[in-house]
Write a protein that binds this ligand. Structure first.
Ligand code: UDP
Ligand code: MG
Length: 333
């Protein structure tokens, strides 16, 4: 952490002292035709920057790894992480994050759809004014088909923005830049790389969007079909739950359980009232069964809430995790 002359504290980037300023993390799955040009583009775009490139080979079955090796021999700033098999883009990005030593991380697709020449400007943006924690690429003029790609993506962006409260035009654009401390703590599962900005936002990251260049894919094939929409919706549920209830699951389960128990007790009361005051036999009252049903479910939910509380404590304590995120500590002398 450093303090500028005016006394305002700059965002800290305490990780990996001695490492490069920037780590470019690139997931690669069967992109043999694109890698040589990608390497060239990155080297040309980042000439005046202290950087490394982490190419994560996500179990490619073509010559991608050989191409990565060629890049690494040519320029030792290009490093490879080779996964055992195809774990998916999210896992590949997570592996890249784990191996990155930079104070700032940038993500880039390996199919040349993103343009590395956007990175220097985004780095400038990161330090603009008080400083940002995330600079998020926005493919304002996206070069993909409208009906199968851009329209679903627009709908997804609107839903994700609304649900998470972190409003972005373009969650799907891989080209984004993060301060390392905001991203090193995240755990990414499923197809969750799309939600990284929201997850960082939950930690208090200051996020800004900048329009970036986007190009059509000219070589290789897209790795995704329409099925990804369903995965995104399911992941969104998980993200929402994790954010709202991860540290206090009993508010959800216990709350629901208490409501159901109360409803059960009320309906039980109605049954008894009808029996003793109106003379209706319990066997003639279907409400009685509903009351039992509600009470049982309510009890189950209450117990589930307690179990979830125990689990969540184990989750945090085992991994030495905290239920808060410290941007920086300041010692005022
Ligand atoms: N990718 C990956 N593992 C996968 C699928 C994709 O590492 O299982 C990489 C892929 O090589 C590319 C990036 O993720 O660099 C984005 O994939 P793609 O271009 O197919 O997605 P689209 O641009 O069509 O959304
Ligand atoms: Mg692509």
């Amino acid at each position: 952490m450093s303090t500028s002359p005016e006394g305002t504290v700059r965002p800290s980037t305490p990780l990996a002292s001695g490492g490069p300023k920037l780590s470019v993390v690139v997931p690669v799955y069967n992109e043999e035709e694109n890698l040589a040009d990608l390497g060239k583009e990155i080297r040309e775009a980042l000439v005046s920057i202290d950087y490394e490139v982490i190419l994560v080979d996500d179990g490619s079955t073509d010559r991608s790894f050989a191409e990565i090796e060629t890049l690494g021999r040519l320029d030792p700033r290009f490093k490879a992480v080779r996964l055992g098999t195809n774990f998916g883009q999210t896992a590949a990005m997570a592996a890249g994050i784990d191996h990155a030593a930079g104070q700032v991380l940038a993500f880039l697709d390996s199919d040349l759809q993103n343009d590395p020449r956007d990175i220097p400007g985004m780095l400038v943006k990161l330090d603009e004014g008080e400083g940002w924690d995330v600079v998020s690429g926005w493919r304002k003029r996206r070069q993909d088909k409208w009906f199968t790609r851009r329209l679903p993506s627009q709908i997804a962006n609107a839903i994700i923005s609304r649900t998470t409260g972190v409003t972005l035009h373009d969650y799907g654009c891989t080209l984004k830049i993060y301060r390392a401390d905001f991203i090193k703590n995240l755990r990414l599962y499923g197809e969750m790389h799309r939600f990284i900005p929201a997850l960082a936002g939950f930690l208090g990251a200051r996020i800004v969007e900048v329009p970036v260049n986007h190009r059509p894919r000219t070589r290789g094939v897209s790795k995704y079909g329409l099925i990804r929409i369903f995965k995104v919706v399911l992941d969104l549920h998980t993200v929402k739950f994790m954010h709202q209830y991860l540290t206090k699951p009993n508010y959800l389960f216990g709350g629901g359980g208490a409501l159901m128990l109360a409803a059960g007790a009320f309906l039980g009361g109605v049954t008894l009232y009808k029996k003793y005051w109106l003379g209706v036999f319990v066997k003639d009252q279907p409400l009685f069964q509903i009351s039992i049903f509600f009470s049982l479910i309510g009890l189950q939910l209450l117990l589930l809430g307690l179990l979830a509380e125990i689990l969540i404590r184990i989750y945090y304590e085992l991994r030495g995790k905290r239920n808060y995120f410290v941007r920086r500590t300041v010692n005022f002398k």
